[in-house]
Design a protein around this ligand. Structure first.
Ligand code: F6R
Length: 610
């Protein structure tokens, strides 16, 4: 999704801005631009559709040199991804970059046109530049004019602005879209994600909702939503360990798939005693709150939603707690009836997904018992705004398609299930101790599944010429099949659909022929025999089967049936293990098809707009 970088320094800032944009590339975007107040006193910009490397090339050919600048990667929402719509947008002596969506942009545009403003793009952002320009006529101080401007904006924004008439500063505003100030020595920076600035500083100050900031070379001032001058805490990161390189791997996605044993291990660390889950892992009030929980409502988007769907099977089967799961974009706009004592659980890798955040904010008005975030980013809005948190320890996920975030979310959700069951006394005897033991072995099992990498790579060849695929699963493997289908369509652009295997004969079987490979996950459980009959239905129609089956499931290769044997695992943990071959499959199919694996077309890493 869109990214912002800004800098005010004593040195030329263009290289800093470009490096920042490169570090934000993983979020997904379709054009990029930079505006600099040049050393000879001009406000100039360069914008390019496509990749940051194209912007960089343009800047090599015609450099912009100055000590104040802003830059942006745009993911199109209003208007096509072309140079004219790329940020920064100008009005008079102003340049503006913006993340988010201005909902009242049409009304503002009409008002501003009536005042003589001429628009050169189709974006909602351009109205901000013209509106601010208008305010500056009344109040020439940029910071004061920005405060007046944001009062008229409806929607979400993270904004950065420079003005050729006040080149001593960069001003910023946050509402619904994150911004962080990077603190340097005699120079300061701004970005939508601290990762963009790690090459220039390790000290950061996060803006809060409604904050306006004035950033000069040697000072930072922040006003809160009520206009009061405030101090925001600064944080220092010393680890320097934001793994921003691919190491031995060809793509971030493959690296992240292979990191799963380590990050699952990290997610478990400090959260298990000898034979129990430590409920305090969810926060000091967790035990008291969990004792009151009678229902669970899970809300998330995309891959995180699939993790929630697996958790529903666990919560109902193991802890006996009724659970509902819904995609956030539906939940937030629906009239929801909340059962008494319902725990609201949001799941998100980034913690900044607009729909999930909005759902949490709505939930607060609806009388839920408490809110819990299962999230991978400790400083995210979702974590800050939830009562309880469990941080997954996946580390930074750069590939747009989520992999290690998903499996660590599943681990977090199993810890939640066991904690709720433990506190409420609803777990069957011995279950917690058995599953704690199995969780300890999980990283090793995941390593075994990853060792099948080259077998899955070979299987991927069956898909290279195909346009459609079906994924089947039963029980908790149904959401795993959904996740497999999502991965395949995201990165290989092959149309893939997931069905509970029992639904096959109620419609989708009509699609099956020898051009439609059918992928199935088949752990050795009580649904195995039923699944085998479903697979016969596919074979009888000439459909080619790819089955990831438990080594003890008694499934063998045959004509049109390719069986990949998986290490045996406790059935409850099988959704975590069976995710691995599906991730590898989509990865290798995408590599064969030559798509942009880490930055698939039209997608963004962190969806901070609705
Ligand atoms: C798919 C994917 C997306 C995200 C979704 C939610 O591979 O990554 O479907 O899962 O956009 O994002 P988070 O988890 O950051 O809320």
């Amino acid at each position: 999704m869109c990214g912002i970088v800004g800098a005010v320094a004593e040195r030329n800032v263009t290289a800093i801005l470009l490096e920042g944009l490169k570090r934000l590339e993983y979020r997904g975007y379709d054009s990029a631009g930079v505006a600099v107040y040049t050393n000879d006193g001009k406000l100039l910009r360069t914008r390019r559709p496509g990749k940051v490397s194209e912007l960089e090339q343009a800047l090599i050919e015609e450099p912009l040199v100055g000590r104040l600048g802003i830059a942006h990667t745009r993911w199109a929402t209003h208007g096509a991804p072309c140079e004219r719509n790329a940020h920064p947008h100008f009005s008079g002596d102003l340049a503006v970059v913006h993340n988010g969506i201005i909902e009242n942009h049409e009304a503002l545009r009409e008002q501003l046109k009536a005042l003589g403003h001429v628009f050169t793009s189709d974006t909602d952002t351009e109205v901000i530049a013209h509106l601010l320009h208008e305010k500056l006529k009344v109040q020439p101080d940029l910071t004061v004019a920005l405060k007046a401007t944001v009062k008229e904006l409806h929607g979400a924004y993270g904004l950065a602005v420079i003005n050729a008439r006040q080149p001593d500063r960069l001003v910023a505003a946050r509402s619904g879209s994150p911004l962080v100030i990077g603190l340097g020595m005699g120079e300061n920076f701004l970005a939508s994600d601290q990762l963009a600035l790690r090459q220039v500083t390790d000290r950061f100050m996060y803006l809060e909702e409604g904050d306006i900031a004035e950033i000069r070379r040697d000072s930072v001032q922040i006003w809160d939503i009520d206009g009061a001058l405030v101090q925001r805490e600064s944080v220092q990161y010393r680890d320097g360990a934001e793994a921003a390189d691919k190491g031995e791997f060809r793509h971030y996605m493959l690296k992240e798939i292979h990191e799963q044993p380590v990050v699952v291990q990290r997610t478990l660390e400090g959260r298990l005693s000898q034979n129990q889950v430590l409920v305090e892992a969810f926060g000091p009030q967790a035990a008291e709150l969990f004792a009151k929980v009678r229902n669970v409502q899970i809300v998330a988007c995309g891959t995180s939603y699939h993790a929630g769907m697996v958790a529903r099977y666990w919560l109902e089967e193991l802890a006996g707690i009724p659970c509902q799961v819904e995609v956030a974009s539906e939940f937030r706009y629906r009239k929801v009836v909340v059962q008494p004592d319902t725990l609201f659980v949001s799941i998100s890798q980034s913690g900044e997904t607009a729909d999930t955040l909005a759902a949490l904010r709505n939930a607060k008005e609806l009388g839920f018992l408490a809110s819990l975030a299962i999230c991978n980013v400790g400083i995210s809005s979702l974590v800050r705004e939830s009562d309880l948190t469990l941080l997954t320890q996946a580390g930074r996920e750069i590939g747009v398609a989520s992999t290690k975030a998903f499996t660590t979310q599943l681990v977090g959700l199993l810890l939640l299930t066991l904690s709720l069951g433990q506190v409420r006394g609803t777990l069957a005897e011995g279950v917690e101790a058995t599953l704690v033991e199995e969780l300890r072995r999980l990283p090793t099992r995941l390593g075994e599944a990853l060792a099948m990498d080259s077998i899955v790579e070979k299987i991927a060849e069956l898909f290279a010429e195909k346009n459609h695929t079906l994924f089947l699963g039963r029980g908790a493997q149904f959401p795993v099949a959904m996740e497999g289908a999502l991965k395949l369509k995201e990165i290989s652009y092959i149309h893939a659909e997931a069905y509970p295997a029992g639904e096959l004969k109620h419609g989708p079987l009509a699609l099956v022929d020898n051009d439609m490979p059918v992928v199935t996950v088949a752990p050795n459980n009580e649904l195995l025999e039923k699944l085998k009959s479903n697979l016969q239905e596919v074979r009888a129609r000439g459909g080619e089967l790819i089955v990831f089956a438990d080594e003890q499931a008694g499934m063998i290769n045959g004509e049109g049936t390719h069986v990949v044997h998986m290490p045996h695992i406790h059935d409850i943990l099988s959704p975590i293990l069976y995710t691995i071959p599906l991730q590898l499959l989509s990865y290798y199919v995408a590599v064969l098809k030559g798509t942009d694996v880490d930055q698939p077309r039209n997608l963004a890493k962190s969806v901070t707009v609705e």
